[in-house]
Write a protein that binds this ligand. Structure first.
Ligand code: SAM
Length: 295
């Protein structure tokens, strides 16, 4: 690797942006991690081994990417900012054979890939971090380990337990196939520019067995989005107003709740994994006879 860059120096970052006639873009949540020890802790948590296929979302100028490549990872980086892409392609990793750049919005470009990574990581932009993570969880990729830097409140929601105020669709999506853990917090001063929110690093480790049977997954996700659509409403009302209600109508929703033995007046955040799976199984059983256009 030929590019030597002072990734911990705001001055060096400003200079490269100025030389390229570029500026930081708030819209893309550009807060660079300017602490080598923190970046090293993140990459260590990912446990990259020689030759592993690693996806990085939002490489910026490549500060984490460099460490991933040093570990022997074959990195595919998804970056939306065309200016950063130019720096990555023409300066930072110009002669790096283990580096591939995918230019554009990761929310669109990831879905076009046919390969499956063994690791995924990213210091995710605050404004769309949970959307990107939700997208990964609803997709086909299931790497053994993933590590993301996100807003602290988002990590609290992802690691929440059933029955708590933070238990929500993103907690369920992430915990379907993964054990999740908040590894450590990062102070705003470790970023340039400093964000006005706190950050945490999230580790996701694949479970040997998912919490939702694979054949139920599609219906489970539809049902879960319906159940949590409006937190103050009962599960029956939420199901009736959502896709489940549109497919099964009132009688069908009543039957699903009766079959799964769940009181229709309960709220979604009170439901355990076992109860959620029971509702999904009853929904899937009935929805299978509904024409696909109505589901
Ligand atoms: N990895 C660098 C670091 O840790 O210092 C930069 C992280 S910065 C918080 C987020 C990065 O994600 C920026 O480079 C930004 O341009 C990029 N980004 C934002 N939205 C994106 C999207 N939808 N798809 C791909 N990259 C995105």
């Amino acid at each position: 690797m030929s590019w030597k860059f002072g990734y911990d120096s705001p001055q060096a970052i400003k200079m490269v942006l100025k030389a390229q006639d570029m500026a930081m873009c708030k819209r893309f949540g550009q807060n660079f991690l300017i602490s080598t020890p923190i970046r090293e802790k993140i990459v260590d948590a990912l446990q990259v081994e020689e030759g592993m296929r690693v996806w990085e979302i939002g490489p910026g100028l490549g500060s984490i990417t460099t460490l991933l490549l040093q570990k022997g990872g074959r990195v595919t980086a998804f970056e939306i900012d065309h200016g950063f892409c130019r720096v990555l392609r023409e300066s930072a990793f110009v002669d790096e054979s283990g580096f591939e750049l995918v230019e554009g919005d990761a929310l669109k470009t990831m879905g076009l890939r046919t390969d499956i990574p063994e690791r995924i990581c990213g210091n995710l932009p605050y404004n769309v971090g949970s959307v990107i993570l939700g997208n990964i969880m609803e997709g086909v990729w299931r790497p053994e380990r993933m590590v993301f830097t996100l807003q602290k409140e988002v990590v609290q929601r992802i690691t929440a337990t059933p029955g708590s105020d933070d238990w929500s669709t993103i907690s369920i999506l992430c915990q379907m196939d993964y054990d999740v853990k908040s590894l450590f917090d990062i102070k705003p001063g470790s970023f340039y520019p400093e964000p006005n929110v706190k950050s945490s690093v999230l580790l996701l480790e694949k479970r040997s067995e998912g919490r939702v049977p694979p054949t139920l997954k599609g219906d489970f996700i539809v049902m879960m989005h319906d159940l949590f659509a409006q937190r103050r409403k009962t599960i029956k009302n939420n199901l009736l107003r959502g896709k489940c209600g549109a497919a099964l109508l009132r009688d069908g929703v009543d039957a699903v709740l009766e079959e799964s033995g769940i009181d229709p007046s309960r709220r979604a955040e009170e439901l355990s994994w076992d109860e959620l799976v029971r509702i999904a199984a009853a929904y899937a059983g009935r929805a299978s006879s509904v024409p696909s256009g109505n589901r």
